[in-house]
Design a binder for this molecule. Structure first.
Ligand SMILES: *[C@@H]1O[C@H](CO)[C@@H](O)[C@H](O)[C@H]1NC(C)=O
Ligand SMILES: *[C@@H]1O[C@H](CO)[C@@H](O)[C@H](O)[C@H]1NC(C)=O
Length: 429
C-alpha cells in the first residue's frame, strides 16, 4: 500500500496549487507597487493645466451693443472676489435688468470671500452665461481643478484627495491652513511620495484649491471657457483683466514695426470701420506681450527697460502708456501714407480698454482706459461702468436713460469717440 493515499495526494496537490497562486498574487502585487512607486518617483510629466486652448480673444457679438435699441446697456463690473452681497447691491443700484442689459465681468470672481460666496458668484455668472474675461485668480482655480481631474485619473489619486478632505475638512472662514502642518503630515504619512505629484510652488488646500474642489463640472467649464481678452470691433473697446500694451515697449512709437505707426494693408473694403478693426486686432495680436496669458492677467507697469512688471511700484503704469499712445492717434485726416505724420501724431484711431486687477490704484479713469478694481475684497468699493446709446457715436439713439437721473451718486465720464459713460460704485463694508 502506498504511503500516498488518493486523498492526501489530492490535498497535497491542492496545497501546491494554492501556494503557486498565492505566490503569483504576491509577486503581482509587489510588481504593481514597485511600478506605482517608480511612476511616482519619476520626474512627473504634468499635463497642461492652463486650459488656454484657443480661448485667447473672443469677439463681443454686436447684438449686445446698445446701438440699435435704446433700452440696451452694457454693464462692466470690476473684480468681485466672491463678494456676493456687494454684487447684489451694485446690480440693484444700477437697476440691472437681465432682459435688456448685458453684463461683462473683468475676472477674479472668487477666492477672497468665503468659499460659499465664491461659488455663489460663479454660479450666478455661469447660469446666466455672463460674458467676461479670465483673471489671475480665476487662472489659479482653473489650474487646481485641472490638476484635480488629472490626480483623480491616477491610481490611488481619488483616495489621496479624499484623505486630505477628511483630515482638513471645510476650512471656510479660516484665513489659511498652517502650511507647515500640512507639509509635515504629507512627509510623515504613507502619502510621502505623493508630494511629487504637486507642481513645484503650488500649495494645496488654500482658497484657490478649495474653490476648485467645490466647483461643479459646469462651473469649471464656464470658468475655463472665459477668454483672456474680449474685443468689440464695432464698439472700439476691449475688456481684459490686468492690461495691454499699445505698442512694442522696446521700440519707438513711430517705428514701422508698431501696429499703430501705419495703416493696415487693405485688400478688400476700404471702409473706416474695417481699417479700425484691423488696427485693433493688430495691437492685440502683433505685440508679443499682448499674446502672453500671464501678461494680460498680471501686468501693472512697464519698466524703463521695456519689461512688463506685475508690481505697481516699478516703471510707468501701462494705462498711462496706453493713454499717451491713443491720444496721439489722429485718424485718417491728412495724407494716406504714414510718412507725413509728425512724431506727435499717429495714423490710427484710438480705442478704449476696460480692466480690473489694480486695486491699489483704485478707480483709474483716463481718456482711453477705465480701471474698475476699487478693492471690494479689502472692504472698499465694487464699481461698474455703464454704457448705453450715448456711449457710441454709431448708435441710432442718442439718449439719456432716465435711470441716470435717479442715480445722483454716479459719475459721468467721456467714452470712446465722442460719447459718455457712467461709473457706479457701492460700498463693500
Ligand atoms: C448670493 O446672492 C444671491 C442673490 O442675491 C442670493 O440668492 C444668495 O443667497 C447669496 N449667497 C450668499 C452665500 O449669501
Ligand atoms: C491722457 O493723455 C493725454 C495726452 O497725452 C493727456 O493730456 C491726459 O492728461 C492723459 N490723461 C490721463 C488721465 O493721464
Amino acid at each position: 500500500m502506498s504511503i500516498w493515499s488518493g486523498d492526501s495526494l489530492r490535498t497535497c496537490f491542492s496545497f501546491v496549487v494554492l501556494a503557486f497562486f498565492l505566490t503569483f498574487v504576491f509577486i503581482a502585487g509587489v510588481l504593481q507597487e514597485i511600478n506605482k512607486n517608480r511612476a511616482i518617483n519619476q520626474k512627473i510629466d504634468f499635463p497642461d493645466f492652463g486650459h488656454y486652448n484657443g480661448n485667447f480673444i473672443k469677439n463681443i457679438p454686436d447684438s449686445v451693443l446698445p446701438i440699435d435699441d435704446q433700452r440696451k446697456r452694457i454693464i462692466a463690473i470690476g473684480d468681485i472676489h466672491g463678494m456676493n452681497n456687494s454684487l447684489t447691491d451694485l446690480l440693484d443700484e444700477i437697476h440691472y435688468d437681465s432682459k435688456r442689459d448685458s453684463l461683462i465681468h473683468l475676472g477674479d470672481l472668487e477666492t477672497r470671500a468665503t468659499i460659499h460666496d465664491s461659488i455663489d458668484v460663479l454660479s450666478f455668472m455661469s447660469s446666466n452665461r455672463i460674458l467676461g474675461v479670465r483673471g489671475n485668480n480665476d487662472q489659479k482655480v482653473i489650474e487646481w481643478r485641472a490638476w484635480m481631474n488629472w490626480i483623480l485619473s491616477q491610481p490611488g489619486g481619488r483616495e489621496w484627495l479624499s484623505v486630505m478632505d477628511k483630515r482638513w475638512p471645510n476650512l471656510d472662514g479660516d484665513k489659511r491652513i498652517q502650511r507647515t502642518e500640512l507639509e509635515k503630515w504629507v512627509e510623515t504619512s504613507r502619502y510621502a511620495s505623493w508630494k511629487k505629484m504637486v507642481p513645484v510652488g503650488w500649495h494645496p488646500l488654500g482658497k484657490h484649491y478649495r474653490v476648485a474642489r467645490a466647483m461643479s463640472p459646469g462651473l469649471f467649464e464656464y470658468l475655463s471657457s472665459l477668454p483672456l481678452v474680449l474685443h468689440s470691433p464695432t464698439g472700439h473697446m476691449v475688456f481684459v483683466h490686468a492690461g495691454l500694451l499699445s505698442s512694442h515697449p522696446k521700440l519707438q512709437v513711430s517705428d514701422p514695426r508698431q501696429p499703430l505707426s501705419h495703416w493696415p494693408t487693405m485688400d478688400d473694403q476700404h471702409g473706416i470701420s474695417n481699417l479700425r478693426d484691423k488696427q485693433e486686432v493688430a495691437v492685440l495680436t502683433q505685440i508679443p506681450e499682448n499674446k502672453d496669458p500671464w501678461t494680460v492677467t498680471n501686468i501693472k507697469s512697464v519698466t524703463d527697460e521695456g519689461i512688463v512688471s506685475p508690481s505697481p511700484k516699478k516703471g510707468t503704469p501701462w494705462s498711462q502708456l496706453w493713454n499717451d499712445t491713443m491720444s496721439k492717434c489722429s485718424g485718417n485726416s491728412g495724407t494716406n501714407g504714414g510718412e507725413a505724420y509728425q512724431p506727435t501724431s499717429l495714423p490710427c484711431y484710438p480705442f478704449t480698454v476696460v480692466y480690473g486687477h489694480a486695486a491699489g490704484r483704485g478707480l483709474d479713469i483716463k481718456r482711453w482706459s477705465i480701471g474698475l478694481d476699487t478693492g471690494c475684497s479689502y472692504g472698499r468699493q465694487l464699481s461698474a461702468v455703464v454704457l448705453d446709446g450715448s456711449s457710441f457715436s454709431s448708435a441710432t439713439y442718442q439718449f439719456r436713460d432716465n435711470i441716470h437721473g435717479r442715480a445722483p451718486r454716479s459719475q459721468e465720464i467721456d467714452f470712446g469717440d465722442n460719447g459718455q459713460a457712467r461709473i457706479f460704485s457701492v460700498s463693500c463694508a
